[in-house]
Design a protein around this ligand. Structure first.
Ligand SMILES: CC(C)(COP(=O)(O)OP(=O)(O)OC[C@H]1O[C@@H](n2cnc3c(N)ncnc32)[C@H](O)[C@@H]1OP(=O)(O)O)[C@@H](O)C(=O)NCCC(=O)NCCS
Length: 146
């Protein structure tokens, strides 16, 4: 059983915005359409982090993965990512962009991909086209074909 559960929050949630901006993650497009966000709640009901998914055509962008600083290093990031991926249709390819956590996502089954190999709808997201630096690493979940 997971040590956290996810509760939906809106992109206008002030605590979500605060948590993301405090960790240097983009907040400019939180209230645009096509995004879903979640609050990660631990067994003692405290908020330990947030996560988001963004639809881009048939594919999905995993985004806004954050564990609040005081809760890091306790495998909650791993649980948060796995729980969030359960909300994604198994037939969708999952991409993400990160400037500092590529090794963390590699442990969860993501592999680095070149921008040339990323679908246009994913490249066109505000995260990849404008907000994230061009130097951000783009990754794709490497899962067995369905
Ligand atoms: C990245 C982040 C979510 C990790 O959360 P966490 O709860 O500390 O991570 P976990 O404890 O689940 O770590 C899982 C494993 O990844 C490793 N790891 C965690 N963060 C890492 C990082 N930034 N780089 C490399 N490895 C990392 C851990 O050492 C651990 O390794 P282990 O399985 O061998 O013990 C957290 O550091 C964070 O919120 N960072 C700021 C926001 C961010 O960069 N988000 C990602 C971009 S969307």
């Amino acid at each position: 059983m997971s040590d956290i559960r996810l509760e939906p929050v809106t992109g206008s949630d002030p605590e979500l915005k605060l948590a993301l901006s405090a960790s240097g993650l983009p907040t400019e497009d939180l209230e645009d359409t096509g995004r879903s966000f979640f609050r990660a709640v631990s067994s003692d009901r405290s908020t330990v982090g947030y996560a988001g998914i963004e639809a881009c055509g048939d594919d999905v962008l995993l985004r806004s993965i954050v564990i609040l600083p005081e809760h890091r290093g306790k495998a909650l990031g791993k649980s948060l990512t796995r729980e969030t991926l359960k909300a994604v249709d198994v037939s969708s390819a999952v991409f993400l962009a990160t400037t500092s956590a590529a090794p963390f996502f590699e442990r969860l089954g993501f592999i680095v991909v070149e921008r040339a190999d990323v679908p246009p709808a994913v490249l066109a997201t505000r995260q990849l086209s404008g907000i994230c630096p061009a130097s951000a690493t783009i990754m794709k979940l490497d899962r067995a074909p369905t």
